[in-house]
Design a protein around this ligand. Sequence first.
Ligand code: SF4
Length: 355
Amino acid sequence: MSESELVSADVLRARSRDLEALSVPGNLFTLHEGTMRCSACAHRCVLDEGSGGACKIRIRRGDELRVPFGYVARRYVRPVETNTLYHVRPGASALTFGMYGCDLRCPYCHNFKVSQALRDPVAGGPVQVVTAEALVDDAVRAGCGVVCAAYNEPMLTAEWAHAVFSRARARGLVTALVTDGHSTPEAVEFMRPVTDVFRVDLKGFTEAQYRSLGGRLQPVMDSIALAKELGYWVEVVTLVVPGFNDDARGLRFLCDAIRAVDPAIPWHLNAFQPRYRMADRPAMGSGALFQYASSAYARGLSFVYVGNVTSDTFSTTRCPACHTSVVERHDWQAVKVNVVDGCCPACGFRLPGLW
Ligand code: SF4
C-alpha cells in the first residue's frame, strides 16, 4: 500500500468508527447456528464479527447487527418533484433526508458524497445528530406534504427510515422511499406498513450492466413487481447514460418490463449529467430521450417523462383518456395543477397517483 492509500484507509476506518457510535440493534437479518446474514439488500452479506458487509455500514457485534440510526448526512426541503416524483402531491414541499452508504457503486452517482462515504475518502462530510421526532417536526413546521428517504440507499438504513416514516405518517405526511430497488422481499415488506411510495431507479437492462455497478438486475425487477403488489405507489426512473444504457432496444426491454407490471407506472427518462467518475463524458442529448419517450408511449405506457432537459411536452401529465393537461411542470416544479379529487377535470378519469 502506498502512503496515500494508507491515509485513505485510516480516514475510512475513522469514519466508520464515528458512525458506529450512531447505531442501534437492527432487525433485518437472520442468525442461524452462528451465521449472521443481513437481509436489507440483495447482497445478503454474511457478516463476521466487526464486519460491515458490502455497504460497510451494518456491522455485526456478537449476535447483534448494529445499524445506522439518529443522524442525517443530508437534508433539504424542496419541491417533491425534485425527487423525480410526479404523481405524488404535485406542488407539495418534501423534506428529503439521507444517511451514509450504498450497496452499489455507480460511477456517475449524483450523491456520491453520501452514498460512497464509507468507500471513498474524497466523499463524506459532517453529519447532523437528530431524532426521528425532531426531523418530522421540522417537516411539519416547513409545511411539507411529503417526507422522502433518499440520497444514499435508504433500505440499508431501513430501521431509521421506518422510525421517521411511522412518525411522519402519524402527522398526515406521505412517505416515500427513493431507492435503487436492489432489495429483498423482507426489506420491501418491512417498510410497507409505514411507506406510501416506492420511487425506484432502474439503471440498466442487462445483468452485465448491473454487475458493473456492483449489483444484479433481477432483484430490482422483483422489487418493482413486489412493491406494486403490496400497494406502494411506484414510479420508475432510468438515468440514460451515453455509452452505458442509451440503447434503444434495451430501453424498449425496460419499457415492456414496466408495462408488464402495470402500464400506469410512470417512467422517467432522465438525462445523464457529467459527474463523479464520469465527469469527462458529454451530457445525454435531449433528442434521443424524446424518441425513447415517444416509443414508450407507443408501446403502451400511460405516463412517460423526460428529466434534466427542458421539455414542456415530456414534463406535463396528461389525462390518458382525453389528453387534457392536468399537471404542468417547469424546472422540477409543478406550475399548474388541474386535478380534482384525483380525477381529470374534463372527463372525470381517475388519475393514478397520490394526489
Ligand atoms: S445492507 Fe446489503 S450490503 Fe449492507 S450488509 Fe446488508 S446485505 Fe450487505
